[in-house]
Design a protein around this ligand. Sequence first.
Ligand code: M6R
Length: 610
Amino acid sequence: MCGIVGFIGNEEAAPILLDGLSRLEYRGYDSTGLAVYGEAEGLQVVKAKGRLKVLSDLTQGGATVHGALGVGHTRWATHGAPSDANSHPQVSESGRFAVVHNGIIENYAEIKEFLQGKGIKFTSQTDTEVVAQLLEYNYHGGLLETVNKTLQRLRGAYALGIVCANHPDMLIAVRQDSPLIIGHGDGFQMLASDVTAVIKYTREVSYLDDGDLAILTADGVEVLDRYRQRVEKPVSHVDWEISAAEKGGYEHFMAKEIMEQPEAFRKTVFPRLRDGKVILDELTYTPEYLKNMDKLYIIACGSSYHVGMVAKYNLEKLLRKPVEVTLASEFRYCDPIVTEHTLALVISQSGETIDTLAAMREAKRLGARVLAVVNVVGSTIAREADDVLYTWAGPEIAVATTKAYSTQLAVTYLIGLYFADQMGVIDKKMYDEIVGQLLQIPTKMEAILEQSKDIQYFASLYFNHPSVFFIGRNIDYAVGLEGSLKLKEISYIHSEAYAAGELKHGTISLIEPGTLVVALASYAPLFEKLMSNVVEVKSRGASVLGLTVESKGEEMVKIVDHTILIPEVHPMLLPSLDVLPMQLFAYHVALQRGCDIDKPRNLAKSVTVE
Ligand code: M6R
């Protein structure tokens, strides 16, 4: 939620801030703004409701705003509707302080009341304005004292970028429960919500921790920890290319990221397969630990949670240990049963989802060991987990996840095989078969992606349906959950996923002539049962788009309206193939409906507020 960027150096800041914001827009995109300090001009603030283009046009690409110090913001509204006034930067009454913020100041109402009581006039409905006004209220000439005093009063989550017109040689960055990185340059320094915003200018980055305060000058960065002791932050080198975060000729990031899945799978899986074995160098679980494990708790949100749903079926089958999948937003509040023998498997693309992070901290507090599956290197979840397995999907920009989902799935397969092998509960033939088939997945994915035109055709038939039901059993049901989320989040069509056997317990009353049902029937042991459910919805007039494996195609075409076929593969790995047509279907439906595919309404990629 919300992207922030800051620059201090010896060149014009505004074009750099705009460029940085263009790479952070996926985090929120209902309004944007920047504040730049120029020696002659003082602190200039330009902000507006709408996409970055509005701000860029207002400032002629940054050319009308002069100065080498500034902050920028792209917003996902929490407090106060999107409007010019509610856009960031928020500025103090005198115009001395400008603040950009990602997060929520939970006690803003109380601070606002206090400041209003002192006669300070507020001009926005945001929680952020209290930070700017409180800075001003506390200011007596010393910037650091002022910031410290102000922070002591704040409760909640915040990444802040602060500029003060009286201290034009400093840019202040503060982090508490919202991500913030520093980009180190030669003669300039930057702050940003993530590395994509700085990588064009520098590949040397460091990650702030909760409670850190950084003072950026053109020549360097000083970081103070929560006790205001000076700390040296390790500087990491980012080695992916800027092109990885660009569209590369595709109309949308989502289309590019769908097509990147075979390669992302290769990068995530192949280096971890050596001589027919799954080798996870990152992990140090002993067979004793795994045998004594009382439960595997999978914790995640959204699509990452759907990966957990698939993993539950596979891991329980492989390990014969109970696996509980829980939504991170529920975990903290359900009095979870966790012991020191519980392993918490935390799944997150961004590594910053606040609910997942909070649930992970709670699981640790309760004694669980935490294994995180994360895509963003250096993210908070990755740094705080006991063990991390990275998905090597590369930067994922489209709000709707595709390649991160696929690589998360892949890592759960590896975990299952690795644990089962360590525990000695998998027979060699099955192990060898699955490992062998993992190697074939990317080629099979490529074959499915080549069918994109067929799926585009099905989308053209169904894009006007007001309501869609995804049905499946076992792992097909788990993939249906993801297919349904993909469709609704980018096309705005109402859709639901049901375990097919559950339809008769209520939902079938919604099926009427013309309702679209997407029937996932790739899991051979339950093919016939699923087809019985398909016949039931057909009898009530539904149109059915079916998906199954090649060997079942002939049977399926007799019953459904249209059939998508996927190559045969070990049942445990089916989700990696099943999901691709679901993603393509959602994409093409959204395209036909003229939706803003990469930036769906009301959403943001990284959900850093509760
Ligand atoms: O970064 P995370 O994996 O923790 O994000 C979790 C969800 O917010 C995310 O998967 C969301 O559901 C996607 N937009 C779905 O496409």
